[in-house]
Design a protein around this ligand. Structure first.
Ligand code: NAD
Length: 429
C-alpha cells in the first residue's frame, strides 16, 4: 500500500492525503502505535474503511499518498489580537503565512480574532475585555500585532491601551520573554556597528525575566535625610530565578548550547542569589556551558563583540535595557520577533515594534517581525521546528534576493508593500 514511515516507535498517525487544488492535503488521520504489531495489522482494515469512503476516481492517487507520521496535530487554536495602527495589516500577513504552512505540512490553524488595546477601548470602553482574556486562555497561543497610538494617549492610566499587554501577560502567567536579535547578512548596511564587528555577524537570544524584580517590588515616597525621596525595591525568589534559568537552558539546547547569565553580583544581593541559583540549575544541564557577566560589562560587550553571545539570561530591568540595545544593533526594528512564555506552552507572540501610527493604513509596514513571531510560535508553542525553519528560510531567501520594504530599502531600491513582502515570503516557502 505504499505506506511511508516518517519515524518509528511511539504513538503516531496514519494520514491519508487527498489531492486538492493540485496539492496533497491531509484528508483523514488515524492515531496508531507504530511499534505494535496490532497497529500494523490494522492497516489493511483502515485502508478498506477508507476505500469505501471515497469515490473510485480518487482512489488511485490516494493509494500513493498514505503515509505515517508521529507529529501530526489535528488543530491549533490561535487567538489573534490585531490591535491598533499597523497591527491589523501585519497580523493578516502572518496569518497568510501560517495558512500556507498548514497546507504544506498538514496542520490546521484555527484563528479567533479578539479585541485588545485602542480598538477594544473604542468598542467596549476597556483595553482588555473579559471575553478577550477568556478566549486567549482557552487558546493554544496568542499572536499580537501591536497596541496603542496617539488617539488614546490622553486617557487615564487605567484605560490606556498598554494596560492590555500587562493584563494579558499576567492572565496567561507569562514570566519569560524571548527576544532573538540577529544580523541578517543581506542587511549589514543597516547595522550601526564598525565594519569589522559586522563582518563577524551575530545571532543571539535574550531571555528576560518578566514578572519579578524591581518593576514589581514595593515602592513609595517618604521624607528622607535630604527631604522628600522615592524608593523602589528589587526582590527575587529562588523559584523565580530557577524557572527563568531553566527556560534559558532549554532554549540553549535548541541553539548553540551556551548561556551567559547577566547580573550585578558585585553589588546587589538579589544578583548573588541569582548567580548561585543559575549555577545550581546548570548542574542539570551538563551539555550547556554557563558563564556570568556583570551588566555594565555586558552592555559594552554587546557593541564590542556581539558574536560571543548565544543565549543571554537576565532579570526584568537588566533585560529591558539590554534587549533594546540588542535590537538596535541589528539596525532593523521591523524584523525582530518576540515570545512571552509561562508554565504552559501557550504564549504571547508579537513583533518588538509598536503600532507605528505614522505609517498605519498605508500598506507599507514591514510584516517580517510578525511573520517571524509566528515562526517562534510554531517552534516554542507547538514544537514544530521544521515548519518554523521553513518560514525563517523563506524570509532569509526573500532578503537575500533583494526584497525590501520601505524601512529597510536603500536609496534606489524598489520598496515592496506589506502585501508584496508577504507574497515574496509565501512564494519562497
Ligand atoms: P513604533 O515601534 O511603533 O515606531 C517607531 C518607528 O519605527 C516609527 O517611525 C515607525 O514607523 C517605525 N516602524 C515600527 N514598526 C515598523 C514596521 N513593522 N515597518 C516599518 N516601520 C516600522 O514605536 P513608537 O512610535 O514609539 O510607538 C507607537 C505606539 O505603539 C505607541 O502608542 C506605543 O505605546 C505603542 N507600542 C506598542 C507596543 C506593543 O504593542 N507591544 C510596543 C511598543 C510601542
Amino acid at each position: 500500500m505504499g505506506i511511508n514511515r516518517y519515524q518509528t516507535g511511539g504513538t503516531g498517525y496514519f494520514c491519508f492525503r487527498k489531492p486538492f487544488a493540485g496539492r496533497f492535503t491531509p484528508h483523514c488521520i488515524f492515531p496508531v502505535s507504530s511499534s505494535s504489531s496490532a497497529s500494523l495489522a490494522l492497516t489493511p482494515m483502515l485502508w478498506l474503511l477508507y476505500n469505501q469512503a471515497v469515490t473510485g476516481r480518487e482512489r488511485g492517487s490516494i493509494r500513493r499518498n498514505i503515509y505515517f507520521r508521529e507529529d501530526i496535530a489535528m488543530e491549533y487554536r490561535i487567538a489573534l489580537v490585531r490591535g491598533d495602527g499597523i497591527g491589523p495589516e501585519i497580523v493578516d500577513s502572518a496569518v497568510k503565512v501560517l495558512e500556507a504552512i498548514g497546507e504544506k505540512f498538514g496542520h490546521r490553524f484555527v484563528f479567533t480574532p479578539v479585541l485588545a488595546g485602542g480598538a477594544a477601548i473604542d468598542a467596549t470602553g476597556e483595553p482588555l475585555p473579559r471575553e478577550t482574556v477568556e478566549i486567549c486562555q482557552a487558546s493554544d497561543s496568542v499572536l499580537l500585532g501591536a497596541v496603542g497610538g496617539p488617539k488614546w494617549d490622553t486617557l487615564p492610566g487605567n484605560i490606556r491601551p498598554e494596560k492590555a499587554l500587562l493584563g494579558l501577560r499576567s492572565a496567561l502567567g507569562l514570566y519569560t520573554n524571548l527576544r532573538p536579535a540577529r544580523l541578517y547578512p543581506a542587511l549589514k548596511d543597516a547595522c550601526p556597528l564598525r565594519p569589522d564587528i559586522v563582518e563577524k555577524g551575530f545571532d543571539l537570544l535574550m531571555v528576560r525575566e518578566l514578572t519579578g524584580g524591581i518593576y514589581f517590588g514595593d515602592r513609595g515616597r517618604r521624607e528622607g535625610k535630604y527631604g522628600p525621596e522615592a524608593w523602589d525595591t528589587e526582590a527575587y525568589s529562588v523559584m523565580e530565578v530557577e524557572r527563568i534559568a531553566r527556560a534559558a537552558m532549554d532554549a540553549a539546547r535548541k541553539r548553540r548550547r551556551r548561556v551567559i547569565s547577566i547580573d550585578k553580583a558585585n553589588v546587589l544581593e538579589t544578583s548573588r542569589l541569582w548567580r548561585e541559583t543559575v549555577h545550581r540549575v546548570a548542574e542539570d544541564y551538563p551539555d550547556v556551558t554557563v558563564t556570568d557577566l556583570l551588566v555594565d560589562n555586558a552592555a559594552m560587550q554587546l557593541v564590542r563583540n556581539p558574536a560571543q553571545f548565544d543565549v543571554v539570561v537576565t532579570s526584568n530591568m537588566f533585560g529591558d535595557i539590554l534587549s533594546d540595545e540588542a535590537s538596535q544593533i541589528t539596525g532593523s526594528i521591523g524584523l525582530l520577533p518576540s515570545a512571552s512564555l509561562g508554565a504552559s506552552k501557550c504564549g504571547l507572540y508579537e513583533p518588538i515594534h509598536g503600532s507605528a501610527p505614522d505609517i498605519a493604513g498605508q500598506n507599507i509596514a514591514n510584516p517580517l517581525a510578525t511573520i517571524l513571531s509566528a515562526a517562534m510560535m510554531l517552534r516554542y508553542a507547538f514544537d514544530l521546528s521544521a515548519e518554523a525553519d521553513a518560514i525563517e528560510a523563506a524570509v532569509d531567501l526573500a532578503l537575500n534576493e533583494g526584497c525590501r520594504t520601505a524601512d529597510i530599502a536603500k536609496p534606489g531600491d524598489v520598496a515592496l508593500t506589506t502585501t508584496g513582502m508577504t507574497e515574496a515570503v509565501l512564494a519562497r516557502l
